[in-house]
Design a binder for this molecule. Structure first.
Ligand code: NAP
Length: 279
């Protein structure tokens, strides 16, 4: 009989996280004897959680806010993206050492590929300069974007994020209209019913969007945000935030199990859970 392995999420809060649902669905579909649980770990206790991972022999860890930075300092080694970002969302075993990686950016690029979009050689406007935007900027720079324009409410944060990619510069709203791909990496629109959304619930003036663009929203609650609806009305190709969530989780499973899971199973499980949350 195989020994059951345990993977876990640490964060605070974790109550509404979709991670347990999507990871368990993939484990079950693959027929592996893994179980996934969520631990609410208080801010400042990430180092203790990593020590617990070693003592308890947890097989893998997902890390979410507010612990991504602290975990980067607590593991034995960092993969390149995690090292540059000083942010870890995945911990896996490499022999008896703990490896920290950051799968968010690679998950973003994979979600676009899943939607038939290759970022190499494209002009990309990223709206936002927080943790999610930084992961995206690092990954699209590595994936060969021709230019990246970072548009953010706080210009100093945009400037800092531009250091992550040689082709990145601080941008303006004009750059949004000129881009091949426009990404909302702000939290604007999160939790807002599109039917009652106002202009304040949109990350940019929707009249800047047009039919030849790919428009991506990292916000996935609600799944079809007001901004994506505007992009659809403009005729653009839209990609929702669940894509990145699923693909970063799939890459976590690859780090733990050595192979990619069925992303279709993960997506369907997430859609059911999201629909229940939105009711
Ligand atoms: P964060 O580090 O707190 O950054 C928030 C960003 O949103 C900053 O750029 C901030 O601008 C901007 N912002 C917030 N309120 C704004 C407003 N009213 N007007 C204009 N800009 C505003 O958060 P994060 O971790 O990057 O997450 C950003 C979003 O991405 C969240 O909705 C999160 O749920 C989503 N996300 C999705 C995935 C996924 O897998 N799909 C993964 C990670 C995150 P300032 O710098 O000016 O404050």
């Amino acid at each position: 009989m195989s020994e059951r392995r345990v993977a876990a999420l640490i964060g605070s809060p974790v109550g509404h996280s979709l991670s347990p649902t999507i990871h368990q669905a993939a484990f079950d579909a693959a027929g592996v004897d893994w179980t996934y649980v969520a631990f609410d770990v208080a801010p400042g206790r990430a180092v203790d959680a990593i020590a617990a991972m070693r003592v308890l022999g947890l097989a893998g860890l997902s890390v979410t806010m507010p612990h991504k930075h602290d975990v980067a300092a607590a593991v034995d080694r960092l993969e390149p993206a995690a090292d540059v970002l000083r942010s870890v969302n995945t911990v896996s075993w490499d022999g008896d050492e703990l490896m920290g990686s950051s799968t968010d950016g690679a998950g973003f690029v994979a979600s676009l590929a899943d939607g038939g979009v290759d970022v190499s050689g494209t002009a990309i406007a990223v709206i936002g300069a927080g943790g999610a935007a930084r992961s995206v900027i690092d990954a699209i720079g590595r994936a060969g974007a021709a230019s990246i324009r970072v548009v953010n409410r706080t210009v100093e944060r945009a400037d800092s994020a531009c250091a992550l990619a040689a082709v990145a510069e601080v941008g303006t709203s004009d750059d949004i209209g000129d881009a091949d791909i426009v990404v909302n990496a702000t939290s604007v629109g999160m939790g807002v019913d599109p039917a009652s959304a106002s202009v304040d619930d949109l990350p940019c003036d929707p009249s800047l969007l047009h039919a030849t663009q790919v428009v991506v929203d990292l916000v996935y609650h609600p799944l079809r945000t007001a901004w994506l609806r505007h992009a659809e009305e403009a005729g653009g190709h839209t990609i929702d935030g669940l894509g990145m969530l699923i693909h970063q989780a799939a890459l976590q499973q690859q780090a733990w199990l050595g192979r990619l899971p069925d992303v279709g199973v993960m997506r369907r499980a997430a859609e059911v859970a999201l629909a229940a949350q939105e009711r």
